[in-house]
Design a protein around this ligand. Structure first.
Ligand code: SIN
Length: 516
């Protein structure tokens, strides 16, 4: 039975950051697909960090809180923004190269709701790929990396997590024991029909932690990225917010800009505000485009996006990219303290799978790669400060499982359809109730809390996880009878109240708690 000091589940930036800092221990990193399949690899815009002398951590702190509708944990936000510049500089010392000018100074981009230029990037718009590949190269020789193996169930004995069961696509089940287990398996974008996330991001880590008794928080706060490339009604890829940071403007098919009438920060308002504005525009029957005609260096500044547009037949010479909002980021997740510790001993969570409270009700742009780096290192430091106990051995070591009743499962497409239609950008009690009942009808058929990994394929386990996540999001959204950040209830208060609607688009510190 394989035994490690630390098991890390996932292979994105948070997982690799933790693995790097724990590399002198016995670390096993388990990922259900190739290590390259993560949201971190897809991240375009960059990493937010206060580097410029005219900026200060207090600005970054305040911007994060305003974007997050003051639902954030301020202590953790302070840690995040104060540690950010050190992290960037340390990785540069290890050889990571970010985009710089000819004098070697960082080229700093701007994104939504940032008061200053502070977005560090690499490869123009391939920041996530560049940093994730760099971390992987720095880590791979000291860490055992297991690909194409899905973590299915945590092993918890006497309240202590001591490892995980995995399953391979060929049906092989394995048991891994460890003194510490870190979930870094990302969020749950694939539960929605339109998403910027990798298709493997089905909320497995969060669902698995929930089944094991971990506290889950803030699941109603879903960030829809305003500008996904939209082709024939399908969202096919991300158009980074950095494009608007360079000056691109959202327009409708008549060429009319609309964000400047709705928010003082116009096209660079917080993401939830811009996504709602586009959503309302589309509800009026309008199409929405990003006008990039004023950007002379588009192809060199945004090579990944240019390639993607070309692949989908968009001629950038026309200066318009068709866009629509799509699920991008989960602000909630497995509740942790500042060290990434959950309520289950020896179980930790980091990155998008975790809810440290840094993002509040709506994440500030380019704070997620930063969170992965900073909290990956932090959890590693904390684990290294703890005694490395032998894992509490499972009493029954035989890997025999009681059989689960068979049950009919929906398809992934059906789940995505329900989430997109009933738990999307705007929500009502009636729609959320429908979604909750729909998910519960499947949960009643067989127990998803104690199902047997032996009886289901990895595909079916993904679907069970998606049902659990869909249910968690819709019940949390039903329970929160207010609108805030990535959770917008048109029934709180009266949706015809024009003043309230205005406040949903423009918010100041004192107007944050509208609709309570
Ligand atoms: C983007 O480039 O717009 C996405 C970056 C992020 O999610 O913060």
């Amino acid at each position: 039975m394989p035994q490690s000091d630390v098991i890390i589940i996932g292979s994105g930036i948070a997982a690799l950051s933790a693995a790097y800092h724990l590399r002198h221990k016995q670390v096993t990193l388990i990922t259900k697909s190739s290590w390259k399949k993560s949201n971190s690899m897809l991240a375009q815009g960059g990493i937010a960090a206060v580097i410029h002398k005219n900026d200060s951590w207090k600005n970054h702190f305040e911007d994060t809180l305003v974007a997050g509708c003051y639902h954030n944990n301020p202590t953790n936000v302070e840690y995040l923004v104060q540690e950010g510049p050190n992290e960037i500089l340390e990785w540069c010392q290890r050889g990571m190269r970010f985009d710089c000018d000819q004098n070697g100074q960082f080229l700093l981009g701007k994104e939504g709701a940032h008061s200053h230029h502070r977005i560090i990037h690499a490869g123009g718009d391939a920041t996530g790929r560049a940093i994730t590949e760099f971390l992987y190269q720095a880590t791979k020789s000291s860490v055992r990396i297991i690909e194409n193996e899905m973590a299915t169930e945590l092993i918890v004995e006497q309240g202590v997590c001591c490892g995980v069961f995995t399953k391979r696509i060929d049906g092989t089940i394995k048991r891994y024991l460890a003194s510490n287990t870190i979930i870094a398996s990302g969020g749950c974008g694939a539960v929605y029909g339109h998403t910027s996330n990798a298709d493997v991001i089905t909320g497995d880590g969060i669902a698995m932690a929930y089944r094991a008794g971990a506290e889950i928080a803030d699941m109603e706060f879903i960030q829809f990225h305003p500008t996904m490339l939209q082709i024939n009604g399908q969202c096919v890829g991300l158009i980074s917010e950095a494009v608007r940071g360079e000056g691109a403007v959202l327009i409708n098919q008549h060429g009319e800009a609309f964000m400047d009438k709705l928010h003082p920060q116009a096209d660079l308002a917080p993401r939830d505000v811009v996504s709602r504005a586009i959503f309302f525009e589309m509800k009026k029957g309008n199409e929405v485009f990003l006008d990039i005609s004023m950007l002379s260096n588009f192809a060199t500044r945004f090579p990944t996006i240019s390639r993607m547009c070309k692949q989908h037949g968009i001629d950038l010479k026309h200066g318009r990219i068709p866009v629509a909002p799509g699920m991008h980021f989960l602000m909630g997740g497995i509740r942790t303290d500042e060290n990434g510790e959950t309520n289950i001993r020896k179980l930790f969570a980091i990155g998008e799978a975790a809810c440290t409270g840094v993002h509040g009700a709506n994440r500030l742009a380019s704070n997620s790669l930063l969170e992965g780096l900073v909290f990956g290192k932090r959890v590693a430091g904390h684990i290294l400060s703890l005694p490395f106990d032998q894992p509490v051995m499972a009493v029954d070591d035989s890997m025999e499982f009681a059989s689960t009743d068979s049950c009919e499962l929906p398809t992934k497409k059906q789940i995505q359809g329900i989430m997109t239609r009933y738990v999307g950008i705007q929500r009502t009690e009636a729609e959320l109730t429908y979604a909750v009942n729909w998910f519960e009808s499947y949960q009643k058929q067989c127990s998803f809390w104690e199902f047997n990994v032996k009886d289901f394929t990895t595909q079916q386990i993904e679907i069970i996880n998606m049902i659990t996540i869909g249910w968690l999001i819709s019940t949390s959204a039903l329970n929160r009878t207010e609108s805030r950040g990535g959770h917008f209830r048109i029934d709180f208060p009266d949706m015809n109240d024009k003043e309230w609607q205005k406040k949903q688009l423009i918010r100041t510190k004192n107007e944050m708690y509208v609709g309570v």
